[in-house]
Design a binder for this molecule. Structure first.
Ligand SMILES: Cc1ncc(COP(=O)(O)O)c(C=O)c1O
Length: 455
């Protein structure tokens, strides 16, 4: 392969990435990046940090939307991938088995409640959710699916039909029939739907990623009781909250749940290789894959992918060896300690919340001097949060995100390898940024107008 080197290619096209991305992938995305000043080309990642072309280091609190629990370019996972490549593994045989997929399935099930006994691999989170919906329908002989308002489960058509956010669903209809939503936390509405005994699956995130909303006390436990009572399968979507993110391997462990279906993805391969998995009860599996004729009822060409399996096994090993799950609990507590005082300090800070390293700060109209806040929010709901995210990036070299369209919430999903010092860096920068943003300087109003036009 003397003629082709990735590094030569990258250096020969240095400085072109953003324009080329716009021309070949998505010009509107590039417009957004330029408007908010996020149009850097990233050239290196390590742990919780990113480096741009100029060699400036940033603290990454987006974490690839939560796919780098073990940190970017984790050395153990990378070594496993290099080794797997050097082993000349067979790759997908399709009509045959190979060693790694059942080993990763076994490793995942070992960490799950006894009720979960089978694994179906996919290549993404949305595909794992799609599998839950399809298999749930076949296993129950029912067609309806209930999900929660503002839930996010992916953007392919089945997952999208369960999505509770019009900014994702509008323009893509008609969505799948039989999908309905109830309020997150509304047990009465849930029971009203389940009582009809035609609901195959209740699909819910244990902590809603959009806005980082934690479940009300007792909600998930009671939802499970209702599901069992009315013969509905409980699907807890752990795509974002799983793999140690909240200080437990699965977030549902905080509430002692035993779901029937559990999609995971994102961090499962250390962020290196597309991967997803649906953990399910044997009862569900056996009702769908009930004969040799039905042995191929669901699957996809690339899943299970052997590199994803090798990376997945190394990721689980790393989570254990480096104590990252317990570490996430400790760091999460520290992050709340550092940021909770902001609620007292600033009228515009309504709430700081989180579990483990799934964290958010929510803004709201201040009690006094409301005019500026109202002006900004009238231009675009949730815009105030951009007033925080942009200076965090430009002035403090911290990459964070608004937690959903029109949401006045800034969110963090850092790598679980983040340090105590990083959290102090973030808390200090946040304090300074909110103090400035609360005053909404004149210059910011100009930014608001520009940002409002990019919608
Ligand atoms: C809770 C949840 N479910 C499903 C998905 C979809 O995963 P993917 O983007 O891998 O399709 C996401 C992605 O953010 C998610 O947060």
């Amino acid at each position: 392969m003397a003629g082709f080197r990735v590094s030569d290619l990258i250096s020969s096209r240095r400085g072109e990435s953003t324009e080329l991305w716009g021309a070949t992938i998505n010009p509107q995305f590039v417009r957004v990046l330029k408007t908010i000043g996020f149009d850097r080309t990233w050239v290196r990642g390590e742990g919780a940090y990113l480096w741009d072309e100029r060699g400036t280091r940033f603290l990454d609190l987006i974490g690839g939307f939560g796919m780098f629990n073990v940190g970017r370019n984790n050395p153990r996972v990378r070594a496993a991938l290099v080794e797997a490549l050097e082993l000349d593994l067979p790759g997908s045989v399709q009509l045959g088995t190979s060693p790694l997929p059942p080993l990763l399935a076994e490793a995942l099930l070992r960490r799950a409640p006894a009720r979960l006994e089978r694994v179906l691999f996919t290549s993404s989170g949305t595909e794992a959710v799609e599998a839950a919906l399809k298999l749930g329908r076949a296993a129950t002989g029912r067609s309806r699916v209930i999900s929660a308002e503002h839930g996010f489960h992916g953007l392919t058509l089945g997952s999208l039909s369960a999505n509770g956010n019009p900014e994702f669903t509008d323009r893509f209809g008609p969505l799948m029939p039989g999908f309905e939503r109830v309020g997150f936390g509304d047990l009465e509405a849930l029971e009203r739907e389940l009582r009809r005994e035609d609901v195959a699956v209740f699909l819910v995130e244990p902590i809603q990623g959009k806005g980082v909303h934690l479940p009300p006390a007792g909600y998930l436990e009671e939802a499970q009781v209702l599901c069992r009572r009315y013969g509905t399968l409980l699907c807890i979507d752990e795509v974002q909250s799983g793999l140690g993110r909240t200080g437990r391997f699965f977030a549902f462990e905080h509430w002692g749940l035993e779901p029937d279906l559990v999609p995971v993805a994102k961090s499962l391969s250390g962020g290196f290789v597309p991967v997803g998995a649906l953990l399910m009860s044997k009862a569900v599996h056996e009702r769908v894959f009930d004969s040799m004729e039905h042995a191929f009822s669901h699957g996809s060409t690339f899943a299970p992918n052997e590199l994803a399996m090798a990376a997945g096994l190394a990721t689980l090993y790393e989570l254990d060896e480096a104590g990252l799950v317990a570490g996430a609990a400790t760091l999460g507590t520290r992050l709340l300690e550092l940021t909770m005082p902001l609620v007292e300090r600033y009228q515009v800070v309504r709430e700081v919340r989180g579990l483990g390293l799934m964290w958010a700060v929510e803004f709201g109209e201040p009690a006094s001097k409301r005019g500026a806040y109202r002006l900004v929010e009238r231009l675009q709901p949730g815009l105030f949060a951009q007033f925080v995210v942009v200076p965090l990036f430009r002035e403090h070299r911290i990459l964070s995100q608004v937690a959903g369209h029109g949401t006045p919430v800034v969110k963090a999903l850092p790598s679980l390898t983040v340090s105590d010092d990083d959290l102090s860096w973030f808390a200090g920068a946040l304090d300074e940024t909110i103090a400035k943003a609360e005053r909404v300087p004149r210059a910011a109003a100009g930014f608001a107008l520009t940002a409002a036009r990019i919608r």
